[in-house]
Design a binder for this molecule. Structure first.
Ligand code: ADP
Ligand code: MG
Length: 729
């Protein structure tokens, strides 16, 4: 490890000697105003943010091989000068070629479709290349195809030339040592910042951490000992600037001592923050299950509740009366009957003179809730107000006025409800359906529209039990673990395209009994790129010809809004018998008369999606079926997914299975939708560490001194920024 030696100041400005985790990046040595702006564009504003930009992988570039020793198929690093370049075209694809030579020989490097490489790989420049040589198809010996390339002697036209002039950056000789001759961390390109720039910033940063840095370790020694991890500085150095002795496999598997420390720290801090949130519940509006509420509930109830529904309603009612804000997650597999729970819960605010809101992730689902609630509340003459993006401006204005005046008691809509001009008179209960589609931030935004607002979030996304705690740790959980009575299992089968006649025959049988059919296919948006994805329109035509005399309608995201609504409505009313759709109908749609779900190109869907889609049928006492159609025998994971769905209807079982099949990193929506919750840890790969850290955090929170610095951190802005959750007040 290098000790902090040179203190290079910027003219007229002194280097901040006392780094803190919230020190703004521009005060970090070696980062000028321009780079600070580029970092800010990536959400990196503090030292904490910067240090947590971790390498995606590591490469051993410690041994530079002479070009003449290269072997086909073996990933190797070479260093040489560019001797010649050319730009060709083959079938409209630009191909850039560069000949690189060192003292031992020369090799051709080919960059397909990367004409821009000519801007950096110029004749005479010295480059480091990393890749596996292949035999050239045209008999030209070995060639490197699109290798990783780094230029060692950058000219002034390099975009990252800024660094060269910045204070604290090492001279060119040392600079070389950052990108080669060692195990190099490889970062992801983010915004305008290239992988190499991240490497330079972070290597330099950890090589020059000031002496007081130890004070920034959030984990006190006794906690480190309990977790069995190294101190922060050592961890950061080993992750961002590994030494030649570090085990490459451990680094790449996130099992180096540095990684273990950062992962455990991250999970621990996350869990401590959640403990704080649970412990710091704010005062909530008191809503009593009074006589008015009971009387209304009796008249609204369309069927006897299941035991699970009764239990959950009691849990909710207890929270609403408690004087503290409710933050409750209602988990219930598809079809378990979450909507009626929400419906009855909304009567409590109304009976106490307040407002309740129900938010859905899609227009289709918001519309459906609007009708369901309208029908449920008709006997007690309780009107329902809708606010969605689909409204005309006049309707929208009327709705906003009714919400602001308090005339509207029950409000249903989409994320249009989050807009700042939606002002409530007295919001007391916010229910969010299918919450995996919304973030925590949105939940909090809604809460800010009232005082002491209770929140109920509902989800059918089955989260493996072990992980649920960690992910919804700030929420109390209710589970609907019982299906409504009379439900029959959904018969699920795998069919090949070649069995089309049989598939159509099955559909005919359901239709002949007066039932309805869904046909779902992958997204239409992709249809241009993926030639074999049949668009909804084509599929609709096909089904129309296959089923003469049957009314078939199409529904997909590209339809104008009114048509979307109309297509759904006519299916709900039973006028349309077959609905051909993309996954717009995936969440929440409830048409009990539909009993057959045909999923086309089933190999393209994930387990959770297939399970959700199948959940659109089996919503009545009629026997339901689900057919998973694939062209040929699906391979690998697709086959495992389909087998899992055929084998089980249990959401929790499927969630565990999904975890097994897909492995790390894929499971959580948070990761797919932009920035993940965790930087170092992966809740799937590291679930043992997650559980360990969480248990320790819970104990720690109960026993640590009240004014411990970690408690302050867990309640403060750095924690909120780090975990992307916002706090009110
Ligand atoms: P989900 O939990 O997937 O949102 P829904 O609330 O849409 O499920 O309920 C699925 C179907 O089951 C609906 O048609 C609903 O009316 C019906 N249902 C819910 N609870 C009961 C019950 N206790 N008895 C009979 N039918 C019920
Ligand atoms: Mg639902």
């Amino acid at each position: 490890m290098t000790s902090p030696t040179r203190e290079v100041g910027r003219p007229g400005k002194s280097v901040t000697p006392d780094l803190r985790l919230d020190t703004a990046v521009q005060f970090v040595k070696g980062i000028g105003p321009e780079r600070a702006r580029a970092l800010e564009a990536e959400g990196i504003t503090t030292l904490q943010d910067l240090l947590l930009v971790l390498p995606r992988r590591y490469e051993d570039r410690s041994n530079l091989a002479p070009i003449k020793t290269l072997t086909a198929g073996v990933r190797t690093t070479i260093c040489g000068r560019i001797a010649a370049v050319s730009l060709k075209r083959a079938r409209r694809m630009p191909i850039f070629e560069a000949i690189v030579e060192d003292a031992s020989g020369r090799i051709k490097c080919v960059f397909f479709g990367q004409a821009y490489m000519r801007d950096s790989l110029k004749v005479g420049r010295r480059v480091v290349l990393y890749g596996a040589p292949e035999w050239d198809r045209f008999g030209g010996g070995l060639a490197l195809h699109s290798p990783d390339a780094e230029i060692l002697d950058e000219g002034e036209n390099e975009t990252e030339g800024e660094a060269a002039g910045e204070a604290g950056m090492p001279p060119p000789g040392l600079e070389d040592a950052i990108h080669m001759g060692r195990v190099v961390p490889v970062y992801e390109k983010r915004g305008t910042l290239l992988p190499k720039v991240w490497r330079r910033i972070l290597t330099n940063l950890v090589r020059s951490l000031p002496p007081n840095f130890g004070g920034l370790d959030l984990l006190p020694p006794e906690l480190r000992a309990e977790l069995g991890v190294v101190e922060l500085r050592e961890a950061l150095v080993s992750v961002h600037d590994p030494s030649p002795h570090d085990d490459l496999a451990a680094l790449n598997g996130a099992r180096s001592r540095g990684h273990l420390r950062l992962i455990l720290e991250e999970f621990f801090l996350f869990a401590v923050g959640l403990a704080a949130k649970r412990g710091d519940r704010r005062p909530g509006v008191v809503l009593r299950a009074n006589e008015a509420a009971r009387a209304a509930a009796k008249r609204v109830l369309p069927f006897p509740l299941t035991g699970a529904q009764k239990r959950v309603l009691k849990e909710i009612a207890t929270d609403l009366e408690s004087g503290l804000e409710m933050s409750r997650l209602l988990q219930g597999d598809v079809g378990s009957g979450k909507t009626i729970v929400a419906t009855l819960a909304m009567l409590l605010p109304v009976a106490n003179g307040k407002q309740a809101v129900l938010v859905a992730p899609t227009e289709v689902l918001a519309d459906q809730h609007f009708f369901t609630l309208g029908r449920a509340f008709a006997p007690i003459q309780l009107p329902v107000t809708r606010l969605s993006g689909r409204l005309r401006s006049k309707e929208r204005k009327n709705a906003l006025e009714a919400i602001a005046s308090g005339e509207a008691r029950i409000i249903v809509g989409t994320h249009a409800l989050f807009e700042p001009d939606v002002v409530f008179k007295s919001l007391a209960l916010a229910i969010i359906d299918e919450q995996h589609r919304f973030g925590v931030i949105q939940r909090e935004e809604l809460r800010r529209k009232g005082q002491g607002v209770h929140a109920l979030v509902m989800t059918a996304t089955p989260i493996p039990r072990t992980l649920a705690l960690s992910f919804h740790g700030d929420l109390d959980t209710s589970v609907l673990d019982e299906k409504p009575p009379g439900r029959r299992p959904i018969r699920t089968s795998h069919r090949f395209e070649a069995q089309r006649a049989r598939i159509v025959e099955t559909a005919r049988r359901h239709l002949a009994e007066g039932r309805q059919v869904y046909v779902v296919c992958p997204l239409i948006e992709e249809s241009e790129k993926l030639a074999d994805v049949r668009a909804v329109t084509q599929l609709t035509q096909e089904w129309t010809t296959w089923l003469p005399g049957i009314r078939v309608a199409a529904l997909h995201g590209r339809l104008p809004r009114e048509e979307k609504g109309a297509a759904m409505d006519s299916f709900v009313r039973g006028e349309t018998q077959v609905l051909v759709s993309t996954t717009v109908i995936e969440v929440g749609v409830d048409v009990p008369n539909a009993t057959l779900m045909v999923i086309e190109q089933a190999e393209r869907f994930g387990v959770a999606q297939l399970h959700q889609l199948r959940g659109r049928v089996g919503r009545s006492g009629y026997a339901s079926e689900c057919l998973l159609v694939t062209r040929g025998q699906p391979i690998d994971q697709a086959k495992e997914r389909i087998d899992a769905i055929v084998a089980s209807e249990d959401g929790f079982f499927l969630a565990e299975k999904d975890l097994e099949i897909r492995g790390p990193g894929e499971f959580f929506g948070t990761r797919q939708s932009g920035r993940g919750l965790f930087q170092a840890g992966d809740p799937v790969r590291d679930r043992d560490l997650l559980i360990r850290a969480r248990d320790l955090a819970d104990t720690w929170w109960k026993t640590a001194p009240p004014n411990h610095g970690l408690r302050t951190y867990a309640r403060g802005p750095l924690w909120a920024k780090r975990f992307g959750l916002s706090r009110v007040g």
